[in-house]
Design a protein around this ligand. Structure first.
Ligand SMILES: NC(=O)C1=CN([C@@H]2O[C@H](COP(=O)(O)OP(=O)(O)OC[C@H]3O[C@@H](n4cnc5c(N)ncnc54)[C@H](OP(=O)(O)O)[C@@H]3O)[C@@H](O)[C@H]2O)C=CC1
Ligand SMILES: CC(C)=CCC[C@@H](C)[C@H]1CC=C2C3=C(CC[C@@]21C)[C@@]1(C)CC[C@H](O)C(C)(C)[C@@H]1CC3
Length: 618
């Protein structure tokens, strides 16, 4: 006879469907037949949860309390950030309030958040909240949370009293729609959203296959390495006409060089050592399935500085960077081999990964699919996080070194005293982009790649081979294809890159700041759409212009990079085309997850902001 751990009336922490977020819920009953607990969330939603998705409040507080007190003693800034990221910790923090007060306020929060579109008297767009209400209470420790609660409480007085429980449950429909082509996770019973929960992140099998499923993934697995090889061969030819491609194929033996392989290994080792140096702050990653967080040392920017000094010192002492240009194909094959070996290692070691360490996206049970997507979410050797390292370090910093090498090669090959203006522009723009990425390295921790995707061939190859060898397509092309830019061309290109960067940075920083503290006075002008999870969606400014303004900014920059190479060939536009495909696909993937997380609120957002990436394009 199985033991029933939680009793009717117990207040516990229940996982929100399809996420790693835990909220305080009350146990209503337990079914001996299904072994499921019926729990009620504070917005009146009833769900059936498995025992594995329920944690006792005290156990939860202890688990998070320890890491929180540790992090607070080290860095207040860090504490603020990580607190705001985890709703679980938000609940824990509030224990200083009386439970009743908090419960009342939260009730209001959730009621307000479920206010129907038609009933809102405000002149704003349906469901969109003007964020003018000032906080009633201010306490440095609980500032963010109290502001959120009080703001919502004020709005509650204003709007929500007339809401009936029935209306709320009807409007807040947890059932996923069949017409969205998604697997139906929730099964509605009665008029109340009582749902049978099959939490995708806990179940061991990924049923919703991405990238065209097994066939799609097999094609990508075989095609991607060849695409890069073809790109590099085309780039290096003086006459890089696509038709002449078959005659350009180099002899097989020329693709491999042990010395180059050794250099690539040394580079990886050097970057790994830099990443392990006890320099830079240590931050918590996003909460994992088991509620725990991993620690990450943020020192990418320092690694970049040290790498720049090391390469600079090498050049000063006679290191010839044009060696890289002359052996670029061999560098690629070495990186490719290392990424394949790494993927095999990752796949093998994932056999021993616990259920909690598995990536939601890479546990289908199909070998090829899981090999591509990656079965383990955060593979680590002791404290060394292989995915975090590969995403931000060897490839990105290597890309800059390659760009310098191409600049050097261009001067040699074209007998120039100065690099061409096109080469200078490309180098500067891309330097800015990489510096920006490393400066904001910490933000990667909350991105899809870290939170959702496993570390398999896709990211190993992407980080170690795709990034450094395809992102360099403009500089590699320019090294052997001079592009004379007149000032009337240079100025618009610089402006375009600046506009793109402004949109990219502003959108990313605004969202990050908003997630950290939604009541930051600097963001008070933003309109938002509240969601039932407690988080809101920004629905004005850049995020009210299109739904992925940061992607738009990135694409505008990519266009500026390509335009420096003129219109003689399509090769320099490869990065732009890749990014367009990747970001459109990524937007679709992200929106599917957002729809799952936010339900009706996401639909409201899509209505209020109909364009996905490009204004005018749905
Ligand atoms: N050059 C390259 O190869 C690549 C570059 N990038 C760049 O990386 C950057 C980050 O990309 P990525 O992580 O994919 O996407 P985002 O940074 O846009 O993150 C998406 C998440 O943001 C939150 N969100 C979405 N809409 C809103 C809103 N209106 N208000 C508040 N929060 C919202 C949701 O998460 P939640 O609500 O849970 O916070 C959503 O899941 C982009 O600038 C992109 O261009 C990305 C991939 C490849
Ligand atoms: C076709 C193929 C092999 C796909 C793999 C895609 C990867 C190359 C990209 C997926 C998301 C990425 C991001 C960055 C680099 C490219 C990959 C790995 C990124 C780390 C670059 C630096 C940025 O500032 C960033 C942190 C925003 C970005 C995050 C996503």
């Amino acid at each position: 006879m199985p033991v029933v751990r939680f009793q009717a009336g117990d207040t516990v922490m229940g996982r929100w469907p399809g996420s790693n977020l835990y909220y305080e819920v009350k146990v209503l009953r337990h079914s001996a037949k299904t072994q499921l607990y019926t729990v009620i969330y504070k917005d009146g939603t009833e769900l059936e949860l498995k025992e594995a998705d329920i944690k006792s409040v005290t156990g939860f507080k202890q688990a998070f309390g320890r890491s929180r007190s540790r992090s607070r003693s080290r860095s207040p800034a860090r504490t603020r950030r990580s607190r705001s990221r985890s709703p679980a910790r938000t609940s824990r923090r509030s224990s200083s309030h009386t439970t009743e007060t908090r419960r009342d306020k939260l009730k209001d929060v959730l009621e307000v958040r479920l206010t129907p579109v038609a009933r809102r008297a405000s002149g704003a767009s349906p469901g969109i909240t003007e964020r003018k209400t000032a906080p009633l209470v201010n306490n440095s420790n609980n500032e963010h949370e109290k502001k959120e609660e009080n703001d919502a409480a004020n709005k509650a007085v204003e709007k929500v009293k007339e809401e009936t429980e029935n209306q709320v449950s009807v409007r807040y429909n947890l059932r996923r729609r069949k017409d969205q082509g998604e697997e139906q996770l929730f099964e509605q019973k009665n008029t109340k959203p009582l749902v049978s929960l099959e939490t995708p992140q806990r179940t061991s099998k990924t049923s919703d296959l991405e990238f065209g499923g097994r066939i799609g993934v097999l094609c990508l697995l075989l095609l991607l390495p060849v695409v890069v090889l073809a790109l590099l061969i085309l780039c290096s030819q003086k006459d890089s006409s696509l038709l002449g491609f078959p005659h350009m194929l180099p002899p097989l033996h020329s693709l491999w060089d042990w010395q180059v392989f050794g250099i690539v290994l040394l580079w990886l080792l050097f970057q790994a050592v830099l990443s392990l140096l006890p320099v830079g702050k240590v931050v918590n990653g996003m909460p994992l399935k088991n509620g725990k967080t991993l620690k990450y040392r943020i020192n990418g920017f320092y690694a970049l500085l040290v790498s720049a000094i090391a390469v600079g010192a090498g050049v000063y002492n006679g290191l010839d960077l044009s060696y890289i240009h002359a052996h670029f194909l061999q560098f690629y094959t070495s990186a490719l081999l290392i990424s394949i070996l790494l993927s095999v290692y990752l796949f093998v070691r994932s056999r021993w990964a616990s259920e909690d360490d598995r990536a939601p996206a890479g546990s289908s049970g199909y070998v090829i699919y899981d090999f591509f997507m990656g079965r383990e979410l955060n593979p680590r050797i002791k404290n060394f996080d292989i995915k975090f390292f590969c995403e931000m370090r060897p490839g990105l910093i290597g890309w800059l070194v390659f760009n310098c090498a191409m600049l050097h090669a261009e001067m040699n090959l074209q007998h120039l005293d100065m690099p061409s203006s096109a080469m200078l522009l490309v180098n500067t723009f891309q330097l800015l982009w990489v510096v920006d990425g490393l400066w904001h390295e910490e933000k990667l921790l909350s991105m899809m790649d870290m939170v959702h995707d496993g570390f398999g061939f896709m990211l190993a190859f992407g980080d170690l081979a795709w990034v450094p060898f395809t992102f360099t397509c403009q500089s590699y092309y320019l090294a052997s294809h001079p592009s004379d830019l007149c000032v009337f061309w240079i100025v618009p290109i610089i402006l375009m890159n600046m506009v793109g960067y402004y949109i990219f940075r502003k959108a990313n920083s605004q969202k990050f700041a908003f997630r950290r503290n939604p009541y930051d006075p600097a963001l008070s002008h933003l309109k938002t759409i509240p969601t039932a999870t407690g988080k809101s969606l920004i629905a004005s400014g850049l995020w009210g212009f299109v739904r992925h303004p940061n992607y738009l900014g990135d694409l505008v920059m990519a266009l500026a990079w390509s335009l420096t190479c003129g219109f003689n060939h399509v090769i320099p536009y490869f990065y732009l085309m890749y990014l367009l495909v990747l970001l459109v696909h990524r937007a679709v993937r992200d929106e599917r997850q957002c729809r799952m997380k936010y339900g009706l609120a996401w639909e409201q957002y899509c209505k209020a902001v109909p364009y996905r990436i490009f204004p005018g394009v749905y």
